[in-house]
Design a protein around this ligand. Structure first.
Ligand code: DAH
Length: 330
């Protein structure tokens, strides 16, 4: 019974302490042996003997618990030291991903318009003739339908050839004022250096009651937008034709590769065409049942922007999933 305290204090690990615990407090331990002597102690002394033993036991227990806490703290300390991570070490384990250049370009475009309070709308990719053509002032047999080589399904539905049908769906669903962009995939039967059967567009539409919206509002926002995307470029509006806008324009920026001098990318014109736009044609408003409103619309191809921003020569390479191309965008 003498040096039990010293034994407890001398345990230098939790394992050693456990051995000491069995030795002292176990069924066959020192204390159990002491308590067993109780039956041989003469009657009058039993109480004092038992009391002394219980006190001793409580004291030992306390000592034991204290040493256990100490050793646990030491153990934790040791573990933390051995498992410490050096956050400044470089690691080449694992590959870091990146946004696809089309996604990243799309996000940049969306960010610009969202900051100007445009809502982001979407619509179905499988469309009907009414939303994709008819309501956009492209009646059946209209020659402008030839501009778009359409994938048709047997039931007469089609894969949308542009994101403009989202204009129609939005106007039929809500009243002006409208201020939306509609990003998404579109489909055309086309495949060469600068065309893939699936690509992405962002459509824009602003409609207000009365005469508030004009070509001037459109010109301001698109010029500012193109500066945001391409930096300090010249922006030029060239009269054009779209069935859903009147007047219509195509917008060019001065070639970002040659600065307007003329090079292969701009076909030696010094200009790059980047989007189509115009004042919403009254026939479109008629188709959705709007009266006494004014609006502008625009549409652009996201891949074309990505190609220009990243100098990607072949549009098809964006959809081949070739890791060597994609790795360049990390
Ligand atoms: N929908 C046209 C296209 O696919 C792009 C476009 C041009 C959209 C002019 C417009 C617009 O809203 O006003 O080529």
């Amino acid at each position: 019974m003498e040096n039990l305290e010293a034994k407890i204090d001398g345990a230098s690990s939790l394992e050693e302490l456990e051995k000491v615990r069995v030795e002292i407090f176990g069924k066959k331990g020192v204390l159990a042996a002491e308590f067993a002597k109780l039956k041989d102690v003469p009657g009058p002394e039993k109480k004092a003997f038992a009391e002394g033993l219980n006190k001793k036991k409580a004291a030992l227990q306390e000592r034991f618990d204290a040493r256990k806490r100490e050793l646990e703290a030491l153990e934790l300390e040791r573990k933390m030291r051995s498992e410490a991570l050096d956050m400044t070490l470089f690691s080449n384990l694992g590959e870091k991903g990146a946004l696809h250049p089309v996604r990243e370009t799309m996000d940049r475009i969306i960010d610009y318009f969202v900051a100007l309070n445009f809502a982001v709308e979407s619509g179905p990719m499988v469309e009907d003739d009414f939303h994709n053509f008819e309501a956009l002032n492209l009646p059946k047999h209209h020659p402008a339908r030839d501009m778009q080589d359409t994938f048709y399904f047997a039931d007469g539905t089609l894969l949308r050839t542009h994101t403009s049908p989202v204009q129609i769906r939005t106007m039929m669903r809500q009243k002006p004022p409208i201020r939306i962009i509609a990003p998404g995939a579109v489909f055309r039967r086309d495949y060469d250096l600068t065309h893939t059967p699936m690509f992405h567009q962002v459509e824009g539409l602003v409609v207000e009651e009365g005469e508030k919206v004009s070509f001037a509002s459109l010109k301001w926002i698109l010029t500012d937008f193109l500066h945001y995307m391409f930096g300090e470029v010249e922006v030029r509006f060239r009269p054009s034709f779209f069935p859903f806008t009147e007047p219509s324009a195509e917008v060019d920026i001065s070639c970002i590769f040659c600065g307007g001098e003329g090079c292969r990318v701009c076909s030696h014109t010094g200009w790059l065409e980047v989007l189509g736009c115009g004042v919403v044609d009254p026939n479109v408003f008629k188709a959705v049942g709007y009266e006494g409103v004014s609006g502008y619309a625009f549409g652009l191809g996201v891949e074309r922007f990505a190609m220009l921003l990243h100098r990607i020569p072949d549009l098809r390479s964006l959809f081949e999933g070739d890791i060597r191309l994609l790795e360049q965008f990390r």
